[in-house]
Design a protein around this ligand. Structure first.
Ligand SMILES: C[S@@+](CC[C@H](N)C(=O)[O-])C[C@H]1O[C@@H](n2cnc3c(N)ncnc32)[C@H](O)[C@@H]1O
Length: 277
C-alpha cells in the first residue's frame, strides 16, 4: 500500500520532472495508484471553481505561474492556499506532462476521493431518482452519465461490480465537474440486490428485449434506473430484479444505443414533468 504523501502547505516553484509531487501527480494516471492513495486529479479553472462551490478542497494545486494574472485563476489559487493545499507553480511544458496532454488547462488540482453509501429507503428524498450501472467499462461514458445525472437533479449513481473508475482522468474530464456534485456508490451484486429489495418505488431496467416503449410508462417515484454494461447488457440476474423493463425504440440497422446516450434519454423521460426551462 502506497503511503499517503505528507503535504506541505504553501506555494513553491517546481521545474524538475523528478520532483516527488510531479511524480505523484503523473502516477495518478494509474488506477492502482489512485486506489492506494485515495487521490485523483481534476483539471481546469472552471472545474476547480465547481469543486469549491460543492465544498471540496484540493490537497495539491499545480498552476502556470503566469496564470495568476487572470482573476479566476488567482481566485482558485487563493482558495487552495487558504485551504492549506500545497501549491506548485510550474511551466507550460511541465503542466503538459502533469496533465498528460499537449494543450493542458492552466491548472489542475489533486483531491481526495469520496465514496457515498447506499442510502436507506427512509432517507430517500421525495421524487428521488437513482441510477445503477452494471459494470460500466468506458470512463468517458461514466463521466457523461454523471453529467446527465446532475442535469436532471437525480440523486446519485451506484456502480455495480467491476466498474471503470469514476476518478480516472477521462471520467473526471467527461463529467465536466459533475464528479464533485453527484454521489457515487460502489456495490457488489449481493449488496445491491439487498438494497433493491427495500426500494419503495419503481425499479426500471433497460433491455433490448423489452416490450414496453420507455415513453409510454408512468414512472412511480422514487425511481431506480438500472442500465446494462456496454458489452453484454443487463445480466439476467439484474434484469429479474427490475419491476419493469423498457426499451428505447430505434430505427436503422443498429443493435443498441451508446450507454451514456441511453441513460440520458431515460433520465430525461423519467424527469420530464419536473424539468422546466
Ligand atoms: C451498448 S448497450 C449493450 C447492448 C448489449 N449488447 C445488449 O444486448 O444489451 C448498453 C446498455 O445501454 C442500454 N441501451 C442501449 N440501447 C438501448 C435501447 N435501445 N433500449 C433500451 N436500453 C438500451 C441498455 O441498458 C444496455 O444494456
Amino acid at each position: 500500500m502506497r503511503a499517503r504523501p505528507e503535504l506541505r502547505a504553501g506555494t513553491r516553484a517546481i521545474t524538475s520532472t523528478q520532483n516527488e509531487r510531479v511524480k505523484l501527480i503523473r502516477a495518478l494516471e494509474m488506477r492502482k495508484v489512485r486506489r492506494e492513495t485515495g487521490l485523483f486529479v481534476a483539471e481546469g479553472t472552471s472545474v476547480l471553481l465547481t469543486a469549491r462551490a460543492a465544498g471540496w478542497e484540493p490537497k495539491i494545486l499545480a498552476l502556470l505561474a503566469e496564470s495568476r494574472d487572470k482573476p479566476s485563476a488567482a481566485e482558485v489559487a487563493r482558495w487552495a492556499e487558504g485551504a492549506g493545499a500545497e501549491c506548485l507553480e510550474v511551466s507550460a511544458s511541465l503542466l503538459a506532462k502533469l496533465a498528460g496532454k499537449d494543450n493542458p488547462q492552466s491548472m489542475l488540482g489533486v483531491f481526495e476521493q469520496r465514496w457515498a453509501r447506499l442510502p436507506a429507503a427512509g432517507a430517500l428524498r421525495q421524487g428521488a431518482i437513482w441510477v445503477a450501472l452494471e459494470a460500466p467499462r468506458d470512463p468517458g461514458n461514466l463521466g457523461t452519465i454523471l453529467r446527465s445525472i446532475e442535469a436532471v437533479a437525480a440523486s446519485g449513481v451506484v456502480l455495480i461490480e467491476q466498474s471503470c473508475d469514476p476518478y480516472s482522468r477521462e471520467a473526471v474530464r467527461a463529467s465536466m465537474g459533475s464528479i464533485f456534485n453527484v454521489p457515487v456508490v460502489r456495490a457488489e451484486v449481493a449488496a445491491f440486490l439487498a438494497w433493491r429489495a427495500q426500494w419503495p418505488g419503481e425499479v426500471v431496467g433497460t433491455h433490448l428485449a423489452a416490450a414496453h416503449d420507455f415513453r409510454q410508462v408512468a414512472y412511480r417515484a422514487p425511481v431506480l434506473l438500472l442500465m446494462g454494461s456496454e458489452g453484454p447488457g443487463l445480466t439476467p440476474e439484474l434484469a429479474r430484479a427490475c419491476s419493469r423493463l423498457v426499451k428505447i425504440p430505434m430505427a436503422g440497422t443498429l443493435n443498441s444505443l451508446n450507454l451514456a446516450v441511453a441513460t440520458s434519454l431515460m433520465l430525461y423521460e423519467i424527469a420530464r414533468e419536473r424539468l422546466q426551462l
